[in-house]
Write a protein that binds this ligand. Structure first.
Ligand code: IVH
Length: 671
């Protein structure tokens, strides 16, 4: 087949599977099969760059950073919505509409009101040509390159799409990914985003599309801007049409025949919205027929044909009683508010984060103030503002203390840093937080050591730094409350098992500022042991793509500290993450191009270890068996994947066979 035709077929196939995965949530093929198709298209396009089309699925990412966004004029303005917070407000709106429509019967569409960033997407001849933010409704920002990276935005539409089409929707950041995303940001020394909505907005407004691409953004399309030469008479019909064109339209819509239907819809979602994975702040009710919408028209910026019935506020006012601080694992001083307990939409809020001293100053928060607090979903409560009008003069200003409350060391604030720090690496408060981080999932993954247990071990003098974990004896642990015989054995086993984590995980665990999971991976790939890493100079580190002078700086400064070096020596002596030294002798390409699936319990590898090992050697691991799978590695109780592999004729190997396979490629065999 001619390469151009082949590329076209692959593009269509990929678009089809993209739609099944991201819009219908019902994939037909495995991720690795998708990757394989993508790989083939990339190959063809690399050999024949003239075949690359702008709507090719290979072209979602890759654009260079911009220096600023261009303005985007909206042909049809993006309106805002009138609000109501109660049934009466809705019924009053309904009555007005009823009168203006001269009591003709009319249907209404009920939808959720998504809480993200409003955008307009323009398609010409079925190709996505422009994406813009709402801006002031008339002029927004051209964020096309960023929106292209969102998988649920189709880059091209089927043949029957209108010649020119503009749709509107809301970009959202999934709530389930928000907490982990912020944790990673903080571990990189970046500031946390306040909530998923701000994160969605901040992610779309990045000048570098690669950053947008790295965020798990999604979109819901809720309206039609315009569609050329197509006869649509109702909003409902339009939404069905857009869904059919491949847009992601939210399923939770209702075609209401009566005001009671609308109220029922609201009652249902007011109790359910918090369980959704995307932010919502109410429902939207729209008159269904377009001719009725036109008849009702617009008042100022708000259409008379739609209204938002908002969910109860997630904000409340209360007294700010105290501002306290805690010391983070890097010594960062985190101020937080102690509040008079207040019910915020069903949940009692007692504390709220205050981030840093500048935030307290900018918001002019004083101890004793009345303040507005906000709680949204799973997110830590925030203090939004103080209410200065309610002051009586007894309120006092707050300053970060001069001395660390835990270790009495002087607190410092570095130039161009918003945060204050306790620079004493031996500060017990830091050590507790560091331990907490060290044992966490994304680091050494040691189960069974909570804050209270680590505090006790610390107070008893058994732990003076994280490396001491590896010298703990059963006797040390038994002396601590809350530990039974079984849990002692479990903890010791968990600590022991953690020794075989890859070096990159140990790097994460050390809690070096700016070194999160991704950065640690990059670094470990180039410097796979402490020896090599400590010997590295700044120029070696910044030579790693993705590592800048800031990260290089924190790494060098970490290893230049005497006490940190001692910890590292102790970890090495305990042979923690040492297997990597051996793995580095493996040909890094030993498994290149081979696709693995793993099933059942393995004796010598944890699941993440084996995945990491395969990847390090150039192989790939997928979740499900397909015809493309080269090897199924089986442990105990292999389950249905084994039968699938047998049916598909995939080579089945045991863990031992796998070990032998990688040993052949290593200079020093793995033990
Ligand atoms: S319709 C008149 N539908 O709410 C039509 N808007 O206050 C106006 N929004 O910035 C938009 N979910 O981004 C509509 N299902 C929905 C919506 C929705 C969220 C946002 C929209 C706009 C704001 C209007």
């Amino acid at each position: 087949m001619h390469a151009a035709k082949l590329a076209q077929d692959l593009r269509e196939e990929l678009n089809y599977h993209n739609h099944r995965y991201h819009i219908l949530d019902d994939p037909e093929i495995s991720d690795s099969q998708y990757d394989a198709l993508m790989g083939r298209l990339q190959e063809i396009e690399a050999a024949n760059p003239e075949f690359i089309t702008p709507d090719s699925p290979t072209q979602r990412v890759g654009a260079e950073p911009l220096s600023s966004f261009r303005e985007a004029n909206h042909l049809v303005p993006l309106l805002s919505l009138g609000n109501t917070f109660d049934d009466n407000g809705f019924l009053a709106w309904y009555q007005r509409v009823n009168i203006l429509l001269e009591e003709a019967s009319f249907e209404m569409v009920c939808e959720l009101k998504f809480d993200g960033l409003a955008v307009a997407l323009t398609y010409e001849d079925g190709v996505f040509v422009r994406g813009a933010t709402r801006g002031n409704g008339t002029v927004g920002e051209d964020v096309t390159l960023n929106l292209r990276t969102i998988r649920s935005i189709p880059l091209s539409l089927p043949k029957h799409a209108p010649k020119r089409l503009e749709v509107r929707g809301e970009v959202i950041f999934p709530k389930s990914k928000f907490e982990a995303f912020n944790t990673e940001r903080i571990s990189q020394g970046l500031t946390a985003y306040a909530n998923p909505r701000n994160t969605a907005a901040g992610s779309v407004r990045q000048l570098d599309p690669k950053i947008t691409a790295s965020r798990p953004l999604d979109i819901y399309i809720y309206g039609l801007g315009y569609a050329e030469d197509i006869d649509l008479t109702t909003h409902w019909e339009a939404m069905e049409f857009l869904n059919e064109l491949g847009f992601k339209v939210n399923r939770n819509m209702l075609l209401a025949q009566s005001p009671q239907d609308v109220l029922d819809y609201y009652r249902k979602w007011v109790t359910l919205w918090e369980q959704l994975d995307y932010g919502c702040d109410g429902t939207v009710i729209k008159i269904n027929r377009f001719d009725y919408q036109r008849h009702l028209g617009v008042m100022g910026r708000e259409p008379r044909w739609a209204i938002a019935y908002k969910f109860p506020a997630t904000q409340a006012t209360t007294r700010l009683r105290e501002i306290r601080i805690n010391v983070g694992r890097t010594g960062r001083i985190n101020p937080y508010a102690v509040l008079d307990p207040v019910d915020v939409n069903g949940v009692t809020v007692r504390q709220a984060t205050l981030h840093n001293e500048d935030n307290i100053k900018t918001k002019d928060l004083r101890i004793g103030d009345w303040v507005v607090v906000e709680r949204a979903g799973e997110v830590i409560p925030q203090v939004i503002t103080s209410i200065a009008a309610k002051r009586d003069g007894t309120e006092t200003e707050f300053a970060i203390p001069k001395i660390c409350p835990t270790c009495n060391h002087e607190i410092v604030r570095a130039q161009d840093e918003v945060a204050h720090f306790c620079p004493n690496a031996a500060c017990p408060a830091q050590l507790i937080r560091l331990l907490e981080h060290f044992v966490s999932r994304s680091a050494m993954d040691i189960e069974g050591l909570g804050i209270s247990q680590s505090t006790s071990l610390l107070n008893a003098g058994h732990i003076k730094d994280v490396a001491d974990l590896y010298n703990l004896t059963a006797k040390d642990i038994v002396s601590i409350d809350r530990f039974g015989e079984k849990s002692v054995a479990n903890l010791l086993a968990a600590i022991d098992a953690s020794k075989s984590r890859p070096f990159s995980r140990l790097l994460v665990a050390l809690g070096i500022p700016l070194v999160g999971v991704e950065v640690a991976d990059l670094i470990a790939r180039h410097f796979p042991s402490f020896e090599t890493l400590i010997a590295a100079e700044e120029k070696d580190l910044v030579g790693i793509p993705g590592v800048g002078p800031k990260i290089a700086g924190t790494i060098i400064s970490y290893f230049s500290s005497e006490s940190n070096r001692k910890v590292v020596e102790k970890l090495s002596a305990a042979r923690v993450a040492i297997s990597v030294d051996q793995k580095q002798n493996l040909t890094p390409t030993a498994l290149t191009g081979l696709r693995f699936v793993v099933t059942g319990r393995l004796a010598n590898f944890s699941r993440s270890d084996i995945v990491e090992t395969i990847k390090e050697l150039g192989g790939t691991v997928s979740a499900s068996v397909s015809r493309k799978t080269d090897y199924l590695i089986t442990g105990e109780d292999p389950g249905s994947k084994l039968t699938e592999a047998e049916t598909l004729g995939v080579t089945i190997i045991s863990e031992t066979e796998f070990t032998a396979m990688i040993d052949q490629n290593s200079a020093t065999p793995l033990t």
